[in-house]
Ligand binder design. Structure first.
Ligand code: LLP
Length: 423
């Protein structure tokens, strides 16, 4: 469910035409729907309304302050993996006590930041990390609430690059060592082991493998409690997929919620979930303009002004995004297989190969659908292209939530060495 639809032959985000956004912001630009973001959060919040649940939005999916502030306004927490993401979440109005700090390589500075702000929980991924956190908490005179992220040896995820729950992945602590790790944690006076966490991958279409991981977490939690540990929280991670093309039919948030409940049974704990894509994925599109149409060697290349630096997912994971013309094609116009490519000097700067598309010509606008998660956050300035702009729409209002930087801003941190001028 989302709020992008054609009206009078032009695709709109809520009540704003994407042509108008392109005129105002230029292209390429991400456009997000406030109503879609809030609705997705609300569906999950309603599904878990009867139990104490923290819905910690995975900031890596979309870290724009405007998006985070929107989610903060409806009560979302945040799952962060860096000091930068933590500061963004706070800046957007997400209270520290609703922020989970995940990630395999937390630095001392990041631990200090988290402790000084009083975050909800650190998800710890190794003994060296635990010991470092303990030392820093002691120096600061704080107690760090922690959950160990366990690696449940369950395989899932839309692509090998986004699967995290198997032994060869770097994530989490070994399943069979968990109990001894909790023993060690409980001996550290500045560490408070409060939870067990898991996250097995992303773009997972069926809840089953997740449920297998959750059941392991539940049984571990019971065993830990039997041994006297005061485990009051379980964190089931993120990972539920969204449809990127027709025919893809991931389990719904309702099925997800039902399976979470069944996995928890009568375990009396606070539930934490870390959805990213599910909330932001189809709340955003990337609009782009056709620069050239080039016919060569029997192929048609539709060359867009968006590149892999603006939307990395196809180059990184061979990910599929629907690409729709912003203006509906004339009735009866035939589709033709084309390659949709960007301006970057790399062969992987190709969004789609042999994709049947309606006629497209120079100047036409297209929209990459389902680009609200891991779109703008993965963008870069490769080829010295300015970072892509972002806009947020509510009803008939559209605000720029990240403007395109100027050339001066792009090079402001750089300088030529003095020895050049001094000869
Ligand atoms: N929690 C943790 C600890 C994570 O590592 C992730 C995602 C999430 C939650 C949120 O997962 P989600 O609900 O969004 O599936 N760039 C890739 C996805 C990488 C996901 C990394 N971790 C992509 O564009 O498909």
């Amino acid at each position: 469910m989302h709020h992008f639809a054609y009206r009078n032959g032009v695709m709109h985000c809520e009540d704003v035409s994407l042509e108008a956004v392109a005129r105002e912001l230029g292209t390429p630009a991400y456009v997000y729907s406030d109503a879609t973001l809030r609705r997705h959060y609300q569906v999950l919040a309603d599904a878990f309304a009867d139990r104490k649940t923290l819905i910690a939005f995975a900031v890596k999916a979309n870290s724009n302050i405007g998006v985070l502030a929107t989610l903060a306004s409806v009560g979302a927490g945040a799952d962060v993996v860096s000091g930068g993401e933590l500061l963004r979440a706070l800046e957007a109005g997400i209270p520290a006590d609703r922020i989970v700090f995940s990630g395999v390589a937390k630095t001392e500075a990041e631990m200090r930041l988290g402790l000084s702000k009083g975050i909800f929980q650190f998800n710890v991924e190794s003994l060296p990390e635990l010991r470092r956190l303990s030392r820093i908490a002691e120096e600061m005179g704080k107690r760090a609430p922690i959950a160990f992220r366990v690696n449940p040896h369950v395989e899932a995820g839309g692509h090998a690059h986004i699967s995290t729950g198997t032994p060869e992945n770097k994530f989490g602590i070994a399943w069979h060592e968990a109990e001894s790790f909790y023993e060690e944690a409980s001996r550290l006076p500045n560490i408070e082991p409060v939870g067990v966490a898991v996250h097995i991958g992303s773009q997972i279409m069926r809840v089953e493998p997740m449920r297998a991981a959750w059941e392991k977490v539940v049984s571990l939690t019971r065993r830990l409690r039997d041994r006297g540990f005061n485990i009051t929280r379980v964190d089931f991670g993120g990972g539920l997929g969204v449809p990127y093309k027709d025919g893809e039919d991931p389990d719904s948030p309702i099925i997800y919620a039902r399976q979470v409940r069944e996995a928890l049974g009568n375990l009396d704990v606070q539930l934490v979930i870390e959805p990213g894509r599910l909330i932001a994925g189809n709340a955003g599109v990337l609009i782009s303009r056709v620069e050239y149409v080039k016919e060569r060697d029997g192929r048609t290349f539709v060359i867009l002004d968006a590149g892999m630096n603006d939307l990395m997912r196809p180059a990184l994971y061979a990910a599929h995004h629907e690409v729709l013309p912003v203006r509906t094609p004339e009735m009866g116009s035939a589709r033709r297989a084309v390659d949709l490519v960007g301006p970057i000097c790399e062969s992987t700067d190709r969004f789609a190969k042999d994709r049947p598309m309606p006629p497209l010509k120079e100047g036409d606008l297209v929209a990459f659908m389902t680009a609200g998660a891991y779109g703008a956050t993965l963008s870069s300035q490769y080829n010295s292209r300015p970072l892509v702009a972002e806009a947020l729409v509510r009803g008939d209002a559209c605000v720029v939530i990240r403007r395109r930087p100027t050339f001066e801003e792009m090079i402001a941190l750089e300088r030529a060495p003095d020895w050049i001028a001094s000869g």
